[in-house]
Ligand binder design. Structure first.
Ligand code: SAH
Length: 252
């Protein structure tokens, strides 16, 4: 595989969460198009579509026309097997952290197996911890520690530039072939719903006092990143528990 597998043909999504200024959305479209990245997803943008977005896109308005608007981040990344969250601050969350170059390299390898998302936060407040917990890895653009917050579109530009640079080099075919096909966010969600139901049915989880159990389990399985086959095993175990309960009439 070589540069003929262009970035434009790979399923790489840019996801903007809660953008306030429509001009930034347009500038992001321009940043993406210059680098051959074309899929834009917008989670609850304040104003979109908007004349300022079109003006700042400056000829990249085809990307704006094709952009999908989603109600939640979960919906925006449902089909993705790798979700990377861009953060201006290094957080104390227990998430692996990468710089854009390394993130671009992994993203391109994985994009041969399943869609990949780069998630960017709000201009003022970035991404919430809950949104970051949907991400597998944090990406931080090295910057002046006293002043580390880039403009939204500029951070998208840096990330897309690294993706383009990475896609120009030869891709190691064996690395791509051996890469796992990870479960998508949507498949993980079905698993969490199933797991929660089994825990309620078996009396392990009291729905009246759930505490933080599901959040902790999501964090655990998010860290483990099961591939599709492993997730099938886990779902199979849950189904076996269901069947055992049915057979032995444990349900009221
Ligand atoms: N004040 C906010 C910064 C928001 S900037 C905060 O502290 O989180 C808007 C978005 O641009 C961020 O959510 C992030 O996705 C991206 N961004 C800005 N600077 C970045 C950096 N140095 N590294 C990675 N992403 C960055």
């Amino acid at each position: 595989m070589s540069s003929s597998t262009t970035l434009a043909n790979l399923p790489v999504r840019i996801v903007l969460v809660g953008t306030s200024h429509p001009g930034n959305i347009g500038a992001v479209a321009r940043a993406m198009k210059t680098m051959h990245v074309s899929t834009l997803r917008l989670v609850t943008p304040k104003l979109f579509p908007h004349a300022e977005a079109t003006a700042m896109a400056s000829g990249a308005d085809d990307l704006l026309a094709q952009a999908t608007v989603c109600a939640t981040l979960e919906e925006a990344v449902a089909d993705c097997g790798l979700i990377l969250g861009a953060s201006a601050r290094l957080r104390s969350l227990r998430l692996p952290q990468m710089e854009p170059r390394e993130a671009a390299g992994s993203a391109l390898v994985e994009a041969h197996k399943h869609p990949v998302a780069f998630v960017f936060g709000r201009e003022r407040t970035g991404l919430t911890n809950e949104e970051l917990s949907l991400c597998h890895t944090l990406v931080h653009i090295p910057a002046n520690p006293e002043y580390s917050s880039l403009n939204l579109a500029m951070s998208v530009q840096v990330m897309c530039y690294e993706l383009l640079m990475s896609s120009r080099g030869p891709t190691d075919v064996t690395v791509v072939e051996e890469a796992s096909e990870y479960a998508t966010a949507e498949e993980m969600n079905y698993f969490y719903t199933h797991l929660q139901q089994v825990m309620i049915d078996t009396g392990f989880l009291d729905p009246a006092a759930p505490k933080h159990l599901m959040k902790r389990l999501r964090r655990l399985f998010g860290r483990a990143r099961p591939d599709k086959q492993e997730l099938n095993i886990l779902r199979g175990i849950l189904s076996a528990v269901n069947e055992y309960g049915d057979k032995h009439g444990n349900k009221q």
